[in-house]
Ligand binder design. Structure first.
Ligand code: HPA
Ligand code: ZN
Length: 349
C-alpha cells in the first residue's frame, strides 16, 4: 500500500474531503437541520415552542437510540407539504454534494407522516422532486429506500408496501428502522418476502448493542436474506456470521459519529476489524442534523480514532460504491472516478 501524498493528518483530511463518496445510510428526516426546521414551522404557521436556532439545537439532546427517537419523531411535524419534503431532500443533497458525495441512497419513513395525516403521495412526490432538482442543478444522484417503522405492526408495514407499489420506479429498496427492542427482523418476514417478490433490494437496521443483536443479525441474514445491514457491527461477536456475511458480500453501513451518541463509543475497533477481515463495511452519517457529523466528519473521526491510512479510507469509499444498488455501468463510472482520484494522490488501496 503506497501512501505518499496523504500521509499527514492534514493531508488525510484534504484527501477525505475531495474523495468521491457514496452514502448508503442517511435518514432524510434525520437531515432536518435546526434552521430549516424553524423555517418550515414558520411557513406552515406551526408553533413548535422554539423561535431561534439555538433553542431548537438545545432540544436535540439524547444518549440512547430510544431517547434519540423521542426527539426525532415529534420534530417531523413541521413537514407538511410536498414542497417541504422537496426542500428537505434538496438541502441535504446540496450539503452532501459540497462535501464530495457523488451518490446517495436515502431512507425515508413514510409511516411517520401518513400516521399524522400526510398522504404517502405528498411525501414521495416531494422527496422525488428534491432529488430530481439536485441532480439537475448539482450533479449529485440520489435514490430512496422506504423504511418501515419496526415498533408498529407488520400489517401497517404491509399496507404501506401496497401504497408504495405505484411509485416502484422511485424506490430502490426497502429497509427497517426505529426502535429495535422487542421488534426482531422475523416480525416482518412476510412483508420483506413480498418486497423481494416485487423486485426490491432489502436492508434492515441491526442497531448497536441491542438486546438480541446477534440473533437479529442472524435473522436478517438467514431468514430475510438481506443484501445489506445498517449498523450491524455486533456481528464481530459471531465469527461464523462474519464468515457468512463476507462470503455473501453483504454490505454494512456503519455510522461512527451516530454510534458515539447512542452508545458509549464509535465502535471503531469493530468497524476496522471487519474492514481488515474483508467484510464490506462503509462509512455513513445516519442522522447528520442531530449527530452533528456529515460524511467528511464520519470518515475523519473514524480515521483519527483508528489510525487509518489513506489506503484504508479509499477501501471504505470503494466498498460503498461496490455495495450500492447501482447499475453495473453507473458503478463502473464511479469506481473509475475513485481510482483516478486515488492515482492523482498517489494512494492505492
Ligand atoms: N436506528 C433506528 N432508527 C433510526 C435510526 C437508527 O440509526 N436513525 C433514524 N431512525
Ligand atoms: Zn439509521
Amino acid at each position: 500500500m503506497t501512501d505518499t501524498a496523504a500521509s499527514t493528518p492534514t493531508d488525510l483530511a484534504a484527501f477525505i474531503e475531495g474523495l468521491p463518496k457514496c452514502e448508503l445510510h442517511v435518514h432524510l428526516e434525520g437531515t432536518l437541520a435546526p434552521d430549516l426546521k424553524l423555517a418550515l414551522a414558520q411557513r406552515n404557521g406551526l408553533d413548535i415552542g422554539q423561535t431561534t436556532v439555538e433553542e431548537v439545537e438545545a432540544t436535540y439532546q439524547f444518549d440512547s437510540l430510544t431517547s434519540f427517537l423521542a426527539v426525532y419523531y415529534p420534530a417531523m411535524g413541521v413537514l407538511v407539504t410536498a414542497e417541504d419534503f422537496s426542500d428537505l431532500a434538496y438541502a441535504y443533497l446540496a450539503k452532501a454534494a459540497s462535501l464530495g458525495v457523488r451518490y446517495v441512497e436515502m431512507f425515508f419513513d413514510p409511516q411517520a407522516h401518513t400516521g399524522r395525516g400526510v398522504p404517502f403521495s405528498t411525501v414521495i412526490q416531494g422527496y422525488r422532486q428534491g432529488i430530481v432538482r439536485a441532480r439537475a442543478e448539482l450533479g449529485i444522484s440520489g435514490e430512496l429506500i422506504l423504511c418501515f417503522l419496526r415498533d408498529l405492526s407488520a400489517e401497517f408495514a404491509m399496507a404501506t408496501l401496497m401504497e408504495a407499489l405505484p411509485y416502484k420506479e422511485w424506490i430502490i429498496g426497502i429497509g427497517l428502522d426505529s426502535d429495535e427492542r422487542g421488534n426482531p427482523p422475523s416480525k416482518f418476514a412476510a412483508v420483506f418476502a413480498r418486497a423481494r417478490q416485487e423486485g426490491w433490494q432489502l436492508t434492515m437496521h441491526c442497531d448497536i448493542d441491542q438486546e438480541g443483536s446477534i440473533e437479529h443479525i442472524r435473522q436478517a441474514l438467514q431468514e430475510i436474506g438481506v443484501d445489506r445491514i445498517d449498523h450491524g457491527t455486533n456481528i464481530v461477536e459471531s465469527p461464523a456470521l462474519v464468515a457468512e456475511a463476507k462470503e455473501r458480500g453483504v454490505g454494512f453501513t456503519c455510522c461512527p459519529v451516530s454510534n458515539s451518541f447512542v452508545t458509549a463509543d464509535m465502535k471503531a475497533d469493530e468497524i476496522v476489524s471487519l474492514l481488515r477481515d474483508g467484510v464490506r463495511v462503509t462509512v455513513n452519517s445516519d442522522d447528520p442534523a442531530y449527530f452533528g457529523g456529515y460524511m467528511t466528519e464520519n470518515y475523519a473521526a473514524l480515521a483519527a480514532h483508528a489510525g487509518l491510512d489513506a489506503g484504508e479510507v479509499l477501501a471504505l469509499a470503494r466498498n460503498a460504491f461496490e455495495v450500492a444498488w447501482l447499475t453495473p455501468r453507473a458503478r463502473d463510472g464511479y469506481l473509475a472516478e475513485l481510482d483516478a482520484y486515488a492515482a492523482r494522490h498517489g494512494v492505492t488501496g
